[in-house]
Design a protein around this ligand. Structure first.
Ligand code: SF4
Length: 296
């Protein structure tokens, strides 16, 4: 027997990260799709406020990237959004390709094995790309930007471990053939994390053919593991150590169910504000039928 997921289910960096962190969390959130029985962080109001501000910042940047006047946009924003947006207007990277600039674009690619045919989807804050064989431009080139509004920048080593750093460039390269800028060499792709808390210190991850091959192996391995399971017992809880209780279970909505403590972790102690915090609604967005419309 193999894992049964809705035919329209698309994997994302969130679902893969949930599995990598704790297979049981993947089972509960994505297979059983259980509602949230407990708060992820305390104070909850501060967490909600942080999520709301992050969403409003992304909305303002999306508008600016699609041609709205930044000065008019800035006039509509209160603290701290006004400061974040000012940081964006002052420190938006000035070396990005300009031929194709896409905000909030969703790409998806085929992702499956003999146990199931699914898709792997990614929603990009910004893709800036240029086509090959244009004057002064020998090869297609693409830069992926992810805007982060966490209270402090995420450490490079931590970002490197995250499946977002694997999935985003991988999907972009695989999807590029069907996109306006055309087939792209992995070496011409770059992933950048930009932080409101350190707007002139983006963390940049160059991509390469070797990384692309390694990412393919890693993603296919994760997928094979996931699809080989069929019941909850095939998706074990993360080992019960002090470390995993403090850094994973304390921020997981399922900790009461798993008997891994009662108190939510403190938002102020989170190394990265989005550390292990999954917006379930957003994470499940790719299970919607509309994913078909996103397929290229
Ligand atoms: S509470 Fe801990 S063991 Fe349970 S799903 Fe969450 S991370 Fe996994």
């Amino acid at each position: 027997m193999a894992l049964t997921l809705p035919a329209t289910f698309a994997f994302s960096q969130s679902s893969l990260q949930a599995y990598a962190n704790c297979p049981r969390r993947f089972w509960l959130a994505y297979v059983e799709q259980l509602p949230w029985p407990s708060q992820e962080t305390k104070p909850f109001d501060a967490y909600e406020e942080q999520m709301r501000l992050g969403s409003r910042f992304h909305q303002a940047v999306r508008r600016a990237e699609t041609g709205f006047d930044p000065e008019l946009l800035a006039a509509t924003l209160d603290y701290p959004l006004d400061e974040w947006f000012a940081a964006y207007t002052r420190h938006r990277p000035d070396d990005l390709p300009t031929q194709f600039v896409a905000s909030e674009q969703v790409l998806s690619i085929p992702f499956g094995n003999e146990n199931g045919r699914y898709r792997l989807a990614a929603r990009y804050d910004l893709i800036a790309a240029e086509r090959a064989n244009e004057p002064e431009n020998e090869q297609a080139r693409a830069v992926i930007i992810d805007w982060k509004t966490t209270s402090r920048p995420t450490r490079r080593a931590r970002l490197q471990e995250q499946l977002q750093t694997v999935v985003y460039p991988f999907v972009l390269v695989e999807a590029s053939e069907s996109l306006p800028w055309g087939p792209i060499d992995p070496a011409q792709v770059e992933m950048r994390y930009w932080f409101t808390a350190a707007p002139d210190e983006s963390v940049i991850f160059p991509y390469s053919a070797d990384l692309h091959a390694a990412n393919r192996t890693r993603l296919q391995g994760l997928l094979a593991e996931m699809l080989a399971g069929s019941v909850q017992a095939d998706f074990p809880k993360v080992p019960d150590t002090e470390q995993s209780r403090q850094h994973l279970c304390a921020y997981c909505v399922y900790r009461s169910r798993c008997d891994r403590g009662i108190d939510a972790g403190d938002l102020a102690d989170v190394d990265d504000a989005d550390f292990f915090v999954v917006d379930l609604e957003e994470s499940l967005e790719f299970t919607l039928d509309t994913v078909e419309a996103l397929a290229f």
